[in-house]
Structures are given as C-alpha cells and as structure tokens.
Design a protein around this ligand. Structure first.
Ligand code: 5RP
Length: 224
C-alpha cells in the first residue's frame, strides 16, 4: 500500500455515522473518498459529502456517496484534505490540484480540518512548493507583472495542452516561486489585500490534526 493510500484509509476512521463530511481534492484525498464510498456501500455508513472540486464530485457520485452543496448545509462536521506542504508549526500550502478556493471555503465552514500527507510534504519552512494564487482573469496580466516586480517569480498555471488553466470557480492561477516564506501570516495578509486576488494557497491556523504517512505506518499528530 502506498503512503497516500495509507493515510487516506486512516483518516476515513474519523468519519462517523450522521456526519456532514468535506471531501478534499487530490491524489491523497482520492483514497479517503474511495474508502468512504466503500463504507457507504458495504457498511451502510450514513453521511452527506460536501465536495471541494468538480473532480471529487465526479468520484464521489461514481461511488454513490450522497452529496450536498456547501450552501445547502449550515455546517460541515469534518473536512479531510491533502496538502502540498506542511510546516513544523502546522501551517500549509494547498492548491497544487487547483482547488484551493473551494477547499478553503469548505474548510472555513468546517468544525474540524484533518490533513493527510505523505512524509515528503512535511517541511521546516514553507515555500519550496510554488504558492498558488487564484486570480480574476480581468487585469491578471497586470497582476502577474506586479508579482514579477515584487520578485515573487510568478508563473501561470497551465493545462497539459499549455493553455492557461481555468479553475472550477472560473479564475486563473498564478504560482509564486518563492523558495522560502519567512512570514506566512504577513504574506497572507498582503495577498488578501491585493486587488484581483480571489484566494491564495496559504492555509494558516486551520488544522486540528494531521496524519502523516511513513514507511512505519500512519502517524497522527494532534495540533496543540
Ligand atoms: C488541491 C490540493 C491538494 O490537496 C494538494 O495539491 C495535495 O494533492 P496530492 O494529494 O495529490 O499530493 O490542495 O488543490
């Protein structure tokens, strides 16, 4: 079993009957969704899923997991999602799968957030992974130049065909190649205040628990 599958299966144990569960996006969350689908089918697990992307929606529907839109529930009990980087103080970068906006919205309305990562995602300091910034197409080339001027080494997120990728929310993504983020909160504040930025991939002070996949098994860390 690979490490992504290992943590996907482990995280599904936190899902109990009657819960409204946020279903994350990506190749790690895939295994959690698959396991929940199995439990729905084989064990009669009674849950409502709230998806964080069209891709996860498609997967969950194939598996027969009952779904509701985020606006049709008044809360989410628990969201389980992957991450691209997680620092030793439990902040993270997300959005490698281009779903950061919906992921952050679902996490914001969730009572608990669990991240599932293989051990390669755990870092001392955030920034090696390019930071995704979701932007409104209108004016985005100016915004791109603004990030260039700031020395953030921006790059457009593109599809396999080389076209600029459009997110599920109808926006573009500019990835910032920062190498090291010295002060994630200051950068998050700056991006929050930048006109044309819809959302960024800094997920700070958000998680209750992280499950790290190691060759010795899943290691669950409760965030203090
Ligand atoms: C999607 C995400 C993913 O959770 C993140 O990219 C991790 O993906 P994977 O599990 O495939 O490594 O943030 O927007």
């Amino acid at each position: 079993m690979n490490l992504k599958e290992l943590v996907g299966l482990e995280s599904a144990k936190y899902v109990k009957d009657g819960m409204i569960v946020g279903l994350g996006t990506g190749s790690t969350a895939y295994y959690m969704v698959k396991e929940l689908g199995r439990r729905v089918k084989e064990e009669g697990l009674n849950i409502i899923g709230v998806v964080t992307s069209l891709k996860t929606e498609e997967h969950a529907l194939e598996l027969g997991i009952p779904l509701k839109a985020i606006d049709d529930v008044d809360h989410v009990d628990l969201v389980i999602d992957g991450a691209d980087e997680i620092s030793s103080d439990f902040h993270g970068i997300k959005g490698g799968g281009a779903a950061l906006l919906f992921e952050k919205i679902v996490a914001t309305y969730s009572n608990e957030v669990i991240w599932i990562v293989d051990e390669s995602k755990v870092v001392d300091q955030l920034g090696k992974f390019p930071l995704p910034v979701e932007v409104v197409p209108f004016g985005s080339e100016n915004l791109f130049r603004h990030f260039q001027d700031k020395g953030y080494h921006p790059g457009w997120r593109r599809t396999e065909n080389g076209e600029i990728l459009t997110t599920d929310g109808g926006h573009y993504i500019i990835d910032l190649n920062l190498e090291v983020i010295e002060d994630p909160h200051a950068l998050a504040d700056e991006l929050d205040q930048t006109v044309g930025v819809v959302e960024h991939g800094l997920f700070l002070d958000m998680i209750a628990r992280v499950i790290v996949g190691t060759p010795d098994g899943p290691k669950t860390i409760e965030v203090p």
